[in-house]
Design a protein around this ligand. Structure first.
Ligand SMILES: [Zn+2]
Length: 58
C-alpha cells in the first residue's frame, strides 16, 4: 500500500520560497516567508496560487 503523497512542495509566486502544503487544506495556506496566499481550500484538493514543484516525499 503506497497511497499518493498528500503533501505538495509549492513555490511562492512572490518570493520564490518553497513550502510544504497539505493537498487538501481546511483553510487558506500562506507563505511562511512573505505571507502571500499559496493555496485556498475547495473542499477537495487545494486550489494553488503558487507553482506545484513536486510531491513531498516522492
Ligand atoms: Zn513568499
Amino acid at each position: 500500500m503506497r497511497p499518493p503523497a498528500p503533501f505538495w512542495i509549492v513555490k511562492c509566486p512572490d518570493c520564490s520560497g518553497e513550502q510544504t502544503v497539505f493537498s487538501r487544506p481546511a483553510s487558506t495556506v500562506n507563505c511562511q516567508v512573505c505571507g502571500a496566499t499559496l493555496a485556498t481550500p475547495t473542499g477537495g484538493q487545494a486550489k494553488l496560487r503558487g507553482e506545484l514543484v513536486r510531491l513531498a516525499g516522492a
